[in-house]
Design a protein around this ligand. Sequence first.
Ligand code: HEC
Length: 118
Amino acid sequence: MKTTTTLLVTATIITIASPVLAADSGNAENGKAVYMRDGCWECHTSVGMGAVTGSKLAPNPIPLEGIIAELRHPRQAMPQYSPAVISDAEIADIHAYLATIPEGPKAKDIPILDKIGK
Ligand code: HEC
C-alpha cells in the first residue's frame, strides 16, 4: 500500500512538473533567433532590458505561461502574436533565451556611477 501511494505521488508530481520541465528545456539559441526575427527586440531591446517602448523582460523572466498569455492576449500596447506567427514551442525557446541573460553590474561597481552623490 505504501509503495502504491509513493508511486502515485511520484507520478502525480512528474505529471504536474512536466510542462515546467519542458519550458526549462527550451532552446535558447533558437529563442534568440525568433526574438530577433519577430521584432521583440524593437520594443524590449535585444537583451530584454526594456525601454519606454516595452517592459523589462530579463534578467529573471516571468514564467513561460505569463509570456504565452501576454503574446496571445496582450493587455495594452503589445502587438498580438497568434500561434500561426509564433508557436508555443518558439515562445518556450524565447523564455529559455531570456533566462540566459545575466544580471547587469550594480551601480556601485561602475566607477562613474559610484561617484554620484559623493
Ligand atoms: C510594438 C512594441 C512591442 C513589440 C514588438 C513586442 N512587445 Fe512585448 N510589450 C510591449 C509593451 C508596451 C508591453 C507592456 C504591456 C502592454 O502594453 O501590453 C509589453 C509587454 C510584454 C510582456 C509582459 C511583461 C510583464 O512583465 O508583464 C511580455 C512577456 C512581452 N511583452 C514579450 C514580448 C515578446 C516575446 C515579443 C516578441 C514576440 C514582444 N513582446 C514584442 C511592447 C512590445
